[in-house]
Design a binder for this molecule. Structure first.
Ligand code: DTR
Length: 346
C-alpha cells in the first residue's frame, strides 16, 4: 500500500512541472488549430448611432448573439454603439460605401430619402411597436422601395408611439403654445401643429439640451425616460400616443454577396423574427420605463380626455394629405400605400 502510493506520488512529481505544462500546451494548440474554421472566420462590423442601453442597440446585441449561435461561430459580429463607427446621418451612405458592413438607420431622420417606409410615421393610428414593426416590414416587402436598392435589409422595426415628456405640465393644447420641445424628423410638424416650438436634434444630443434648459422637454417614445434617464428632468408626461419612427438594419451589398449561402439563409430566416422581437421588446420596455419613472422619479402621467384628444388629433389631418400629394408627385401609388398600412395595422 505504502509502496504503491509512493510510486503514484513519484510518477506525479515526474509528470508534473514541465511535462504537465507541455501536455496542456499541446491540447490548447490542438483546440486552437481546430476552432478558427468555426470561430470568427467571417468578421462583420455593425454600426449603431445611439448609446448602448437604448433599444436599437439592445436589438443589435440580440441579433449578434443569434447569428453567431446559428452559424456555429462561423460569423463573428463586432458591434459599435454610440456612433463610434458611423453616426445617425451618415449611416446609410457609410454602409453603402462599406465603412461598416451593417448599420441601423432611423429613416425618419431623412424624410425625403425614405418616402415609402416613412409613410408609417404618419398619424395613422399605429398603437404599439409590435404592430408598427410588422406593418413596416410588410410595406417594405410589398413595395421594395428604390431607396434600398444598394443594400440588403436584415430587419425593420419601429419604436412605440410618441408622447410629450416635459419639465412643465401639459394638460391641454393651450399648454403647448410656444413650448420648446425637442423632436426629430417628421415629428417637428406635429409639434408645430399643436402650437409648440419644435427644436430639431438627434436623440443623443437631447440629454445635454434638457440639462442646460435649451429645451423644456421632448416628443418621443417613453422608453427613453428610463434608458436616457429623462425622468430625472421631465417630471410630466402627456399621453398623446401619436406616431412611431421607422428603423431599418441594412447590410452592404458587396459584403452580403460575399457571404456563403448558409450564412445568408440564417440572416434571412432571422429577418421577420428579429423585427417582431424588437417590437415586442420595445412594448414591454415601455411598461418598465413607465413604472420606473413613477416609482423612482415621481413622474406624473397625464391622460387627455376623449374630447381633448380629438382636438389634438384633429390638428394632424393635413400631414397625411401633404404626404399623399408629395408622394404622388414622385410617381408613387400614395393612396394605395396608405390603404395598405391601414390594413396591416388592423
Ligand atoms: N423617436 C425617435 C426615435 C427613437 C426613439 N427611441 C430612441 C432611442 C434611441 C435613438 C432613437 C430613438 C427619436 O426621437 O429620435
Amino acid at each position: 500500500m505504502v509502496k504503491r502510493s509512493f510510486l503514484k506520488r513519484s510518477i506525479l512529481k515526474r509528470v508534473g512541472g514541465s511535462t504537465i505544462l507541455g501536455l496542456f500546451l499541446s491540447v490548447t494548440c490542438l483546440i486552437a488549430l481546430q476552432t478558427p474554421v468555426l470561430a470568427g472566420a467571417i468578421k462583420l462590423n455593425y454600426a449603431n448611432f445611439p448609446p448602448a442601453p437604448t433599444f436599437p442597440c439592445v436589438q443589435m446585441e440580440r441579433w449578434k448573439v443569434e447569428v453567431e449561435k446559428r452559424t456555429n461561430g462561423q460569423v463573428q459580429i463586432n458591434t459599435f454603439p454610440g456612433g463610434t463607427l458611423l453616426g445617425a446621418k451618415g449611416m446609410m451612405d457609410g454602409v453603402v460605401a462599406g465603412q461598416a458592413d451593417i448599420g441601423n438607420i432611423c429613416m425618419a431622420y431623412q424624410p425625403g430619402r425614405f418616402v415609402v417606409t416613412n409613410a408609417t410615421s404618419l398619424p395613422l393610428g399605429i398603437k404599439d411597436a409590435k404592430t408598427g414593426s410588422m406593418a413596416l416590414l410588410k410595406l417594405y416587402e410589398r413595395y421594395k422601395p428604390k431607396a434600398f436598392e444598394n443594400v440588403v435589409v436584415l430587419a425593420m422595426f419601429t419604436n412605440a408611439p410618441g408622447n410629450v415628456m416635459s419639465k412643465v405640465p401639459v394638460r391641454t393644447l393651450e399648454d403647448m403654445k410656444g413650448l420648446d420641445l425637442r423632436a426629430s424628423g417628421g415629428a417637428a410638424q406635429i409639434l408645430k401643429a399643436w402650437g409648440a416650438n419644435p427644436v430639431g436634434m438627434p436623440m443623443p444630443a437631447t440629454v445635454e439640451a434638457l440639462q442646460k434648459g435649451t429645451v423644456k422637454g421632448l416628443f418621443s417614445s417613453l422608453e427613453v425616460m428610463k434608458d436616457s434617464k429623462f425622468a430625472e428632468n421631465c417630471k410630466f408626461v402627456t399621453m398623446t400616443q401619436t406616431v412611431i419612427y421607422p428603423f431599418s438594419v441594412i447590410m452592404n451589398k458587396g459584403k452580403w454577396n460575399s457571404l456563403p449561402a448558409d450564412v445568408q439563409k440564417v440572416m434571412m430566416d432571422l429577418k421577420q423574427e428579429q423585427s417582431l422581437w424588437t417590437g415586442t421588446y420595445m412594448d414591454d420596455h415601455i411598461k418598465r420605463a413607465i413604472a420606473w419613472s413613477k416609482e423612482s422619479n415621481n413622474v406624473e402621467f397625464i391622460s387627455l380626455s376623449a374630447q381633448e384628444k380629438a382636438r389634438w388629433d384633429g390638428k394632424l389631418d393635413f400631414i397625411t394629405e401633404n404626404w399623399i400629394k408629395g408622394a404622388k408627385e414622385k410617381g408613387l401609388p400614395a393612396e394605395e400605400i396608405i390603404k395598405d398600412i391601414k390594413t396591416y395595422i388592423q
